[in-house]
Design a binder for this molecule. Sequence first.
Ligand code: PLP
Length: 383
Amino acid sequence: MFTPDTITRFKNAETPFYYYDLDMLRQTLQACYDASSRYGFHVHYALKANFNPKVLQMIQSFGFGADCVSGGEVKAAIDYGFKNNQVVFAGVGKSDKEINFALDADIFCFNVESVQELEIINELAEKKGKIAKVAIRINPNVDAHTHHFITTGLDENKFGVNTWQLDDVLKALRACKNIQFMGVHFHIGSQITDMEVYKSLCIRINEIAAWFEDHGFTVKILNAGGGLGVDYHNPDTNNISDFQSYFKVFKDFLNVRADQEVHFELGRALVAQCASLVSKVLYVKNGQKKNFLVLDAGMTELIRPMLYQAYHEIENVSRTGAADLKYDVVGPICESTDCFRKDVELPESFRGDLIAVRTAGAYGEVMASGYNLRDRVQSLYSV
Ligand SMILES: *Cc1c(COP(=O)(O)O)cnc(C)c1O
């Protein structure tokens, strides 16, 4: 909820913009820190969820590491103060340039997604006279029970090495002299709210780690990835994910020796609730079957509803009356899919009203585009 002071600031700001509630971010990070450090677990923040400078600075100030999926993210992480030896680099298509950059930066670990990639990292490391530390990303074939667009851990997905290819991985690991094997990595999808899914993941991690050790490889790092979901329907009453239950599943079901480390890569759960997209109603169109609110923000500012059929709460910040009308809330972009949601219940709304699209801190501003030659979306921060 926005305070009257905040709404006054909104009225004076040029729309559309992302509004960041930094106190919300701080509380979320504290909750995650408390719940993970209790078990000695290490959290790397997945930069791709949001790389806004103020967000990055606050996250690194908690001592979290960085999980990157491009050379640009590796660079941003280091520039914003994340320690090189707390940076991990994942991604199914790392270019030679990106690998070289990460080797030069002496990052903690590459999360390797194929045998061919392992061979290329080995080759590039050899040229530099370096040893690259790697974890193997394995596809555990665990169904995340999330939207199929954001599932990553099934045999049919492009990510990771499948278990039937593990013999080839071992052969390559034995042959690659400039590679140091650190452990196993998993990431099965995003917006996961069912803790049973993580229990299934623990059981698979235990099996796969034991398999590596049976074949003579010491598994130092057990990296369970990220994916913890948030409550898109209740951004005010349930605004911090249940980090305690999440980490407790791993405490209870993962086999961890004293010489092993457990790593996580959370993105969405850390940043989703700290931002809203704030936009203005440009036009109210009353049709025969439908009423439309045409906003000055669209898929160029927040593409999640159009890209993944994602749900966001939508509020009219300027009106307090009963939400007794239904509108299709749409953007100005020349695409029929440029609609935030259909049949949104709102009070009667007028040109100039401010509309907040909530829970927009993850995969929001970072996916903004210049399509239709739109101005770059601005940011406003709580004080
Ligand atoms: C995107 C990503 C994450 C973070 O996912 P969230 O659902 O935002 O927690 C973690 N690890 C890898 C490898 C990723 O690609």
